[in-house]
Design a protein around this ligand. Structure first.
Ligand SMILES: Nc1nc2c(ncn2[C@@H]2O[C@H](COP(=O)(O)OP(=O)(O)OP(=O)(O)O)[C@@H](O)[C@H]2O)c(=O)[nH]1
Ligand SMILES: [Mg+2]
Length: 301
């Protein structure tokens, strides 16, 4: 199984060299060192305002013997990330359906499969809905995952109405006494308003089967896009309120620092899971402490 430390190697490599110049000698770090640190933090896509604060703080309060730069950064950064307590799969009603959204190629289909596997491991009855009717390959990809995981998949024909497939999937979940339904949707750019309207249509269609549905709306963000993925999420959130975020491809990202901006940009929307690789077991509940440790510890092991 993928580890946080290995997955965050790229972002850590950006940071670690710059941190080494800052030592605990009670002297203020020189300007050049601070400039290097600032550049590294920005390259790792930490929010510029936060970087400014961190650098100014180090200038004013040099490290004291016994203090380490990584320790100080961990302390400052830990309050910037919100984590959810308990299982993200604990919904009050059954079946509960989770609508999965994201831009093209973000990792939605793979994440649906990984979530189904994880929920199954927790002993829950799961089902998948293939509401990406845009491409035949999209449905086929989820169907194959379903076979591999032995999870039923409800799908429609290519070009059919995604909202109708979503409805059928929820209806089948009732009939099969399923506890959790993950509905995969087609990738869409946040700038295409007719595609964003389709999301609202899907939402209304699910509500016809159950007024409380969808019980969760999770957006998959490609972590390798850094802050850009957050800008996309804000537009999705305006169209259909998000209840959780999943960061995919954290293992390929050198810009994981954008995470420290999530709480500010999308207040109240927690990061639930992270994708640390391509296999079914490579999706883990988001763990802020493990994230910070991996980001600011020694080189990759
Ligand atoms: N390294 C890595 N690769 C991932 C992760 N999640 C998804 N991928 C890969 O990203 C690629 C795209 O994943 P999909 O699940 O097809 O993405 P999608 O959002 O469904 O794509 P569309 O339906 O075309 O919009 C695939 O090659 C996945 O294996 C991850 O956490 N880490
Ligand atoms: Mg897909």
């Amino acid at each position: 199984m993928a580890s946080w430390k290995k997955a965050l190697g790229k972002t850590r490599d950006v940071l670690v060299g710059a941190l080494q110049g800052i030592v605990a000698d009670g002297e203020a770090p020189d300007e050049l060192t601070l400039e290097e640190l600032e550049a590294a933090l920005l390259r790792a896509d930490l929010p510029p305002r936060l970087v400014g604060e961190l650098v100014m703080d180090l200038e004013d309060h040099p490290l004291q013997p016994g203090q380490s730069i990584t320790g100080v950064l961990k302390e400052r950064l830990s309050s910037k990330i919100q984590t959810q307590k308990g299982s993200a799969f604990d919904f009050p009603q059954s079946p509960s359906c989770v609508l999965m959204l994201g831009v093209n190629g973000a990792g939605k289909t793979t994440t649906c499969a990984k979530l189904a596997w994880r929920a199954q491991q927790e002993g829950r009855r799961v089902q998948l809905g293939a509401a990406d009717t845009f491409r035949a390959a999209g449905t086929e990809q989820l169907r194959l995952w379903g076979e591999r995981l032995e999870v039923p998949v409800v799908s429609g024909r290519q070009g059919s109405d995604a909202a109708a497939v979503a409805y059928d999937a929820l209806d089948a979940a009732y009939a099969r006494d399923v506890e959790l339904l993950f509905i995969d949707t087609a990738g869409r750019m946040h700038t295409k308003s007719h595609l964003m309207d389709e999301l609202q249509k899907m939402h209304r269609s699910l509500q016809k089967r159950d007024p409380a549905a969808p019980h969760a709306v999770w957006m998959v963000l490609d972590a390798s896009l850094g802050q850009n993925s957050l800008n996309q999420a804000k537009v999705f959130h305006e169209t259909i309120p998000l209840t959780g975020l999943i960061l995919s491809k954290l293992d390929g990202s050198s810009k994981a620092g954008f995470l420290f901006n999530i709480q500010k940009e999308l207040p109240g929307v927690p990061v639930l899971f992270s994708g640390l690789g391509e296999q079914k077991e490579d999706l883990v509940p988001f763990d802020a402490e493990a994230f910070l440790d991996a980001l600011l510890s020694g080189p990759s092991s």
